[in-house]
Design a protein around this ligand. Sequence first.
Ligand SMILES: [Zn+2]
Length: 49
Amino acid sequence: MAICPYCKGEISFEEVERDTKGKGFFKQEIMYSCPHCKCVLGFSRGNYG
Ligand SMILES: [Zn+2]
């Protein structure tokens, strides 16, 4: 469980919106955004799901 720094909404790992960017195995980035306010929370690179 995390708290969105923008809207202070609670975000569970299941709820967080993941948007995969890039193609292929090397350039893939996953963008996480708040399901409440849609603000971008961060990026993750690579082997995640
Ligand atoms: Zn938010």
